[in-house]
Design a binder for this molecule. Structure first.
Ligand code: F6R
Ligand code: MG
Ligand code: MG
Length: 370
């Protein structure tokens, strides 16, 4: 049976400021879905990371499905009403358009969805990041599906031995390119190391090797909020859906990719590099310097359109050490204050105040002798 997993998220207001979601808002979103989901989706689960409300849905309508996207949009609208009533900061922030038309493309919420052939057991993990950008997934997705030092299954599981196919998007020029792994990993790494421009969008099985259909096995949300709105309106805060087990990375191989807190862009005012800390959902409120950036992992299985789970995968002492290193890195890098490479280079800063400062000083620059 073909099913679609649609994970849709939005920041529609935070408590007290860009820190966490509010229970009453989450309840309002869920109430709308509960009262309106029948006939559109077969099951759903609510979650959150930092200031982003998240909905994981199962249906048979394919990707970019009008009814499914509209359901999420209206649920976020219902949540926004409550956020406004109680005065949450940035109420309705990610709902950039007044009315819904067709699907969520360009409307603000982040979408990670894929249509798949359901396996007898369909286990997957939803990863949700706050205070960073879609390219923050490049490194861990690469490690899961292409690095045998992270994923020994690539070497010892015959089902993975032939590698995977990666779809990479150039989010500035709006182009995409496919790379086969392992044969083309050096070309791919040349691009995806530039993570603010080239982002991994999807990973597929390679049917010519496996005699299986081209299956989509991972998808990352790549909605560039700043480009949509033409100005900075908040970080992209991406999410990903990653299928696991049985010829795909094991749950533990997938999670292993987050065991060291690599540096990502975002954090305070969308303008700083900082370590990505793997945390449980209850620990995903943004505090120090509006961060540090965090990732939550929720494990599910799907069967006949029903979802079982989630299991909060980073709610485990095995990730305590990674969290401690992230706190040490935070301490280290914070001492650099407004200097690069803690602060991002000008062109990568998503906050609009720097151009205003430079504009103000323009008249005071004097030509110097060559
Ligand atoms: C970063 C983020 C926060 C805000 C910061 C300032 O993605 O959301 O770090 O940029 O709290 O917020 P404003 O400008 O809304 O006061
Ligand atoms: Mg926010
Ligand atoms: Mg956020």
């Amino acid at each position: 049976m073909k099913i679609t997993i649609s994970h849709i998220k939005a920041d529609i207001g935070s408590l007290p400021g860009h820190s966490t979601v509010d229970d009453k808002v989450m309840a309002a979103i869920e109430k709308y879905i509960k009262e309106n989901y029948k006939g559109k989706i077969s099951d759903y689960k609510m979650s959150h990371v930092g200031d982003d409300a998240q909905i994981t849905m199962i249906h048979t309508g394919g990707i970019n499905n009008k009814e499914v996207h509209e359901l999420a949009w209206n649920a976020f609208k219902a949540g926004t009403e409550v956020a406004k009533e109680i005065g949450l900061y940035g109420a309705g922030q990610d709902l950039l358009k007044d009315s819904f038309s067709g699907n969520l493309k360009g409307m603000g919420p982040g979408v990670a969805e894929m249509e798949i052939n359901e396996r007898p057991s369909e286990p997957f993990i939803v990863y949700m990041m706050d205070k960073t950008e879609p390219g923050a997934f490049n490194l861990p997705i690469y490690k899961m599906f292409a690095d045998p030092f992270n994923t020994p299954g690539l070497v010892i599981d015959g089902g993975m031995h032939d590698g995977f196919r990666f779809e990479v998007w150039d989010v500035i020029d709006h182009k995409n390119i496919m790379f086969d792994s392992p044969s083309e990993i050096y070309d791919m790494l040349a691009l995806i190391g530039s993570k603010s421009r080239y982002v991994i969008k999807r990973v597929y099985t390679r049917s010519e090797n496996k005699k299986l259909p081209d299956e989509n096995v991972a998808v990352i949300s790549t909605d560039k909020l700043s480009m949509i709105a033409g100005k900075y309106v908040g970080k992209d805060d991406p999410a990903a859906v990653v299928r696991i087990q049985s010829g795909l990375p094991a749950a533990g191989e997938s999670l292993e990719a987050f065991s060291f807190p690599y540096l990502v862009s975002g954090w305070m005012r969308g303008s700083f590099n900082g370590p990505l800390m793997p945390v449980s959902m209850k620990d995903s409120k943004m505090t120090r310097f509006d961060g540090p950036p965090r990732v939550v992992a929720l494990g599910f299985v799907e069967k006949n359109g029903r979802l079982e789970g989630p299991v909060d995968m980073f709610d485990d002492p095995a990730f305590d050490y990674a969290r401690r290193i992230a706190v040490e890195m935070t301490d280290h890098i914070r001492r650099m204050g407004p200097f690069e490479p803690h602060r991002l280079p000008d062109q990568d800063m998503e906050y609009t105040t720097l151009p205003a400062v430079i504009e103000k000083l323009k008249g005071r620059f004097k030509d110097m002798e060559k």
